[in-house]
Design a protein around this ligand. Structure first.
Ligand code: VGL
Ligand code: ZN
Length: 208
């Protein structure tokens, strides 16, 4: 891969693996695929969903609400989740088997109590930046390859924002797994395609 390409490893954390608080079906399968991608890239950054206890995205924070229901917040519709990735917990830790030795930064997100952040670039209010776009610009990154969990939430939102920020953006599909609630995977795929985000398999990367 060219020196201006980045591998962005999204939310490969214990709570999103089988047995975790918000388990993504077969989420553990991405670990070996992602680990095989890492040596191909000169630049590797990981993200970490990192919520305070009582976060607005937790169903438990809203009386009478259950996980996977939605509510309308000031910034728009919010899916409500089981409590997950609470700061400092084992569930919030990046997966043990994930090879992060070459990760240059770990970007935390979702740490504001009243705002969710699926995207590694912009919080769910769509105005508060995480700082990642500026970091990548300053470092001359032009291409962003996204992988991790979950395809239809944090991977999709991060890829859409990366593309909108001017990076040539790709999702490495076999290095991702989806939650797929309420048609979210089909919707995410359609949005990614409409935005011009490239969808490819890790085997196709070999030629680049
Ligand atoms: C995610 C739901 C809630 C994700 C994070 O990493 O895709 N999904 N928080
Ligand atoms: Zn979250």
């Amino acid at each position: 891969m060219p020196p201006s390409a980045l591998l962005l490893i999204i939310d490969v954390q214990n709570d999103f693996l089988p047995g975790g608080a918000l388990a993504v079906p077969r989420g553990d399968e991405v670990i070996t695929v992602v680990n095989a991608l890492v040596p191909r890239f000169a630049n590797v950054i990981a993200t970490q969903d990192w919520h305070p206890a009582g976060h607005v995205s937790f169903a438990s924070s809203h009386a009478g609400k259950r996980p996977f229901e939605t509510i309308d917040l000031a910034y728009g519709r919010q899916v409500l989740w089981p409590d997950h990735c609470v700061q400092g917990t084992r569930g919030a830790a990046l997966a043990d088997g994930l090879d992060l030795t070459r990760a240059q930064a770990i970007v935390r997100k979702g740490y504001h109590a009243h705002t969710d952040s699926y995207s590694a670039f912009l919080e769910a209010d769509r105005v508060t930046p995480t700082g990642l776009a500026a970091m990548l610009c300053e470092r001359g990154i032009t291409d962003v390859y996204c992988c991790g969990l979950a395809t239809d939430f944090c991977v999709a939102w991060s890829a859409l924002d990366a593309q909108a920020a001017g990076f040539a953006t790709f999702v490495v599909e076999d290095a991702c797994r989806a939650i797929d609630t309420g048609g979210s995977l089909a919707a995410a795929r359609a949005q990614l395609a409409a935005a011009g985000v490239g969808m490819l398999a890790s085997t196709e990367l070999a030629a680049r």
